[in-house]
Design a binder for this molecule. Structure first.
Ligand code: KE4
Length: 429
């Protein structure tokens, strides 16, 4: 596979962009090779600047659940762009987008648009602190909620991948207000509330963890968090930046039947354009400026191009008959294929899947239900598996602690190609 142009471009990029990338996980650091520079993509196929084509299972880290360059989304962007790119004023697109989100996400009565998942989570905890007049938050080791200072404490995703769970630059003053609990361990949460009575404003959680790799909530875990927050007068924040609109039209809260006070959204909601959002009850959301005292703002929040793309995405998800059932069929097919390959080869690994998000952990453990168990994975082995898969034309996340995403654009041939590449790679580990 000739990747000469990618190498040259990446060397050039490193002269003007830190690490040559605008987001660390894209640097392929933990898989010990240079990243591919991507030229274009269509449907389930992505193409690098050397003309190599791959079947894509990263989906831009989640947004492209109906595939790349979807005609409905492109048409919506072209139409919106013909009217201008930004006005800094209310638009009809924003009203339509808010109404669409409210119609899909069960716990949201009002919603505020922002430009990224990080903005959504940062704003959500400020709102929770303002609403409860309490200062502390609880997050879970291995959960990643973007790069806001309050979250870069035992964070997941790139922070694990690069071994930077506590980033320099996060002050002690900020860090002390973030308490860390263990995912799937309600006792660890109860202990924090007992120690800090009436001081905790919110729990923020990935209702299905995606940033330590996929780790499923144990039976009763999410409801337990719901009950603790209700009892203690704290707010429950579901960070659905990954799970939102993926696990069901109403995300993990619909899928699991547990409803948070605030939901944060991103990725899919923008159809590939920069969009985040956070929403909740009218009572909570009306605490936000300009009607309430909690301040949050953004020059390009609700940008009408991004709204048009997001609306086209969400319309597609709600209007395509049987879309979620088809995603489940495709994802279960992949899960069964990989599990059969693990049996055939005897390679020790754990596959965790919820809906169309999954992770293959290269661990001797028999299960991965916690951050500590996820961390028993062998990143070097994953790096070798990643490169072998790439040589077979399969583009996976360049990190053990991320998700493989199935999209509606993946054909059965794509999925069989993935299963065959998986077997070929497992045999060479
Ligand atoms: P962004 O600020 O990257 O749009 O969203 C932050 C975020 C918040 N919450 C969850 C659950 C997330 O997964 C993310 C971002 N996810 C990572 C990958 N797992 C984005 C990839 C990257 O950092 O480049």
């Amino acid at each position: 596979m000739n990747v000469e142009k990618s190498k040259i471009e990446f060397q050039r990029a490193q002269k003007s962009i830190p690490g040559g990338v605008n987001s660390p996980v894209r640097a392929f650091k933990s898989v010990n090779c240079d990243p591919l520079v991507i030229e274009k993509a269509k449907g389930s196929t992505i193409e690098d600047i050397d003309g190599n084509q791959y079947t894509d299972f990263v989906s831009s880290w989640g947004p492209l659940i109906i595939g790349h360059a979807h005609p409905d989304i492109l048409a919506a962007i072209y139409e919106a762009a013909s009217k201008g790119t930004s006005f800094g004023a209310p638009t009809h697109y924003e009203t339509l987008m808010a109404e669409k989100i409210i119609s899909m996400v069960p716990s949201i009565e009002k919603v505020r648009m922002v430009n990224s998942g990080t903005e959504a989570t940062m704003s959500a905890i400020r709102l929770a602190r303002g609403y409860t007049n309490r200062e502390l938050i609880v997050k879970f080791a291995g959960n990643y909620h973007g790069h806001g200072d309050s979250f870069l404490i035992k964070a997941g995703s790139g922070a694990i991948t690069l071994g930077l769970p506590d980033s320099p630059g996060v002050t002690k003053g900020v860090a002390v207000d973030t308490l860390i609990a263990d995912y799937n361990n309600l006792e660890s949460v109860e202990k924090l509330f007992a120690e800090r009575k009436n001081q905790i404003s919110a729990i923020i959680v990935e209702p299905v963890a995606g940033n330590m790799g996929v780790v499923l909530p144990k039976e009763g875990f999410l409801q337990g968090l719901r009950d603790i927050c209700t009892r203690e007068g704290a707010l429950l924040i579901f960070d659905e930046v990954i799970t939102g609109f993926r696990l069901a039209p109403g995300g993990a809260q619909e899928f699991h039947g547990v409803y948070p006070d605030i939901t944060t959204l991103g990725k899919i909601i923008g159809g590939g354009l920069p969009v985040g959002a956070y929403g909740g009850s009218k009572e909570i959301m009306d605490q936000l400026a300009p009607i309430g005292p909690v301040y949050q703002a953004g020059t390009l929040s609700g940008n009408h191009l991004a709204m048009a793309a997001g609306l086209a995405m969400l319309d597609n998800l709600t209007k395509t008959e049987g879309l979620y059932a088809e995603l489940e069929r495709k994802s279960a097919f992949v899960e069964n294929g990989i599990k059969n390959n693990l049996k055939k080869t005897g390679v020790s690994a754990v596959l965790n899947r919820v809906g169309s998000m999954m992770t293959l952990f290269f661990t001797e453990n028999k299960k991965v239900t916690s951050f500590n168990e996820a961390m028993t994975s062998d990143s070097n082995r994953y790096a070798k598996y990643f490169k072998l898969s790439l040589e077979s034309g399969i583009y996976l996340a360049p990190s053990q602690y991320e998700c493989l995403f199935i999209s509606y654009a993946h054909t059965d041939e794509d999925l069989q190609k993935l299963i065959n590449a998986n077997l070929n790679a497992l045999k060479q580990l």
